[in-house]
Design a protein around this ligand. Structure first.
Ligand code: PAF
Length: 304
């Protein structure tokens, strides 16, 4: 069965709510609600809903730079692989609207899959190139094709001047920047630091899948990253060993990926500024997190 067989798109009034923020379910409704780009610019925060403090911080950053803020809420089927959590991904639009209202968002664009992909899965998609096959792309083939395709569509629909994305999805952010450079899209991409719970767990819509025992050990991911940072001056093998050492103390956590990469090329890093990325499973839930690590400076050839 096609993952695109969702309920028919809403056929009611173009703009379903004219309260604050405006809620639009179609591109036409969004354009009607926000006809002109304001002098102070328009920012977009793209989400899959189930909004939390991390999303709120994106909205706040967006508001600092732009007169108008649009939030998109769309669980994009194109970026989920077979057996992933598309069906159980939380859909909480009324609560999401409240978060957006509290943050002073101007409009929420929440289309159905049929509005976004009227002919089913699109034939024309964005090719992320080699960066898309690395890291998360290796574990989730096709994921970044789905992400970049929907991000491009949402940029066109919202006509935003700026778009804000969280650093938690570090590779996603790198790929979106690359797409904007390569396709010369007229939008500025801004990365925003990860928001964490008091115990260090990175905020994620998927945290709500965790049962109490899993939630208790989940901050171990952040603790493992911190151990990696502390080992930075000892070099790559020490960093990776430090992370594994912390994770091995937790039988409820299964490490899926551990990578220490150059923050731009996403290729393995051995010196200088690097990014430590982790993906791990707690039961059926897959969580990701990452942090900046300073590796020893590169050894320069001695002058003769
Ligand atoms: O980061 C996300 O929530 C999604 O990947 C995004 C950017 C909204 C595209 O569906």
């Amino acid at each position: 069965m096609s993952i695109f067989l969702e309920p028919a798109p809403l056929t009611g009034p173009a703009i379903l709510s004219t309260g604050w923020p405006v809620l639009a379910h179609t591109p036409v409704a969004l354009s009607a609600a926000l006809p002109a780009r304001p002098a102070g610019g328009r920012a977009v925060v793209m989400t899959m809903g189930a909004l939390h403090a991390g999303h709120a911080s994106l909205m706040r950053e967006a508001r600092k730079s732009s007169e108008q803020v649009v939030v998109t809420v769309f669980v994009n089927p194109l970026q989920f692989g077979p057996g992933e959590d598309l069906d159980r991904y939380p859909r909480t639009l009324p609560a999401d609207m409240e978060v957006c209202a509290a943050e002073g968002v101007d409009a929420v664009f929440a289309p159905s899959a049929e509005v976004m992909y009227p002919d089913g899965p699109p034939c024309v998609r964005v090719d992320p190139g080699p960066l898309g096959d690395l890291l998360e792309g290796e574990s989730r083939p096709g994921h970044f094709v789905g992400v970049l395709t929907v991000v491009l569509k949402l940029l066109m629909i919202t006509r935003a001047d700026r778009a804000y994305f969280g650093e938690k999805d570090f590779q996603q952010l790198a790929l979106i920047r690359q797409m904007v450079r390569d396709l010369q899209l007229p939008v500025e991409i801004i990365g925003v630091p990860t928001v964490r719970e008091g115990d260090g767990l990175a905020r994620s819509s998927r945290n709500r899948y965790l049962d109490p025992a899993q939630r208790t050990v989940a901050p171990t991911l952040a603790a493992a990253l911190a151990a990696g940072v502390a080992a930075g001056t000892d070099g790559t093998p020490a960093v990776l060993a430090a992370v594994r050492g912390v994770l091995e103390s937790q039988p409820l956590i299964t490490l899926d990926r551990l990578d220490l990469v150059d923050p731009i090329t996403l290729r393995p890093a051995t010196s200088g500024p690097a990014r430590l990325l982790i993906a791990a499973r707690l039961g059926t839930t897959r969580l990701i997190d990452n942090i900046a690590v300073a590796l020893p400076a590169p050894v320069l050839d001695e002058e003769v």
